[in-house]
Design a protein around this ligand. Structure first.
Ligand SMILES: [Zn+2]
Length: 70
């Protein structure tokens, strides 16, 4: 089963592969949208960043049942 989670990164909320907690602050990771993003602090105000549109589309194609966008 594939696992993904929503993660604030590069000023948006992207979907990253792996369970929550896989990445540390400022780690680089390739999001579902294909962008190389820099992981941000998960505390406010990052919680209120907009979700990446491309990640939304990509998330529909994978099993996101283990997580929620917010
Ligand atoms: Zn994205």
């Amino acid at each position: 089963m594939s696992v993904y989670h929503w993660q604030p990164a590069s000023r948006q909320r992207h979907v990253l592969p792996g369970p929550r907690g896989t990445y540390g602050l400022e780690d680089k990771a390739t999001a579902l949208c294909g962008e190389l993003v820099e992981v941000a602090n998960t505390e406010a105000p990052a919680r209120f960043w907009a979700s990446c549109e491309k990640c939304w589309e990509a998330a529909k194609q994978v099993d996101m049942s283990a997580t929620r966008p917010r």
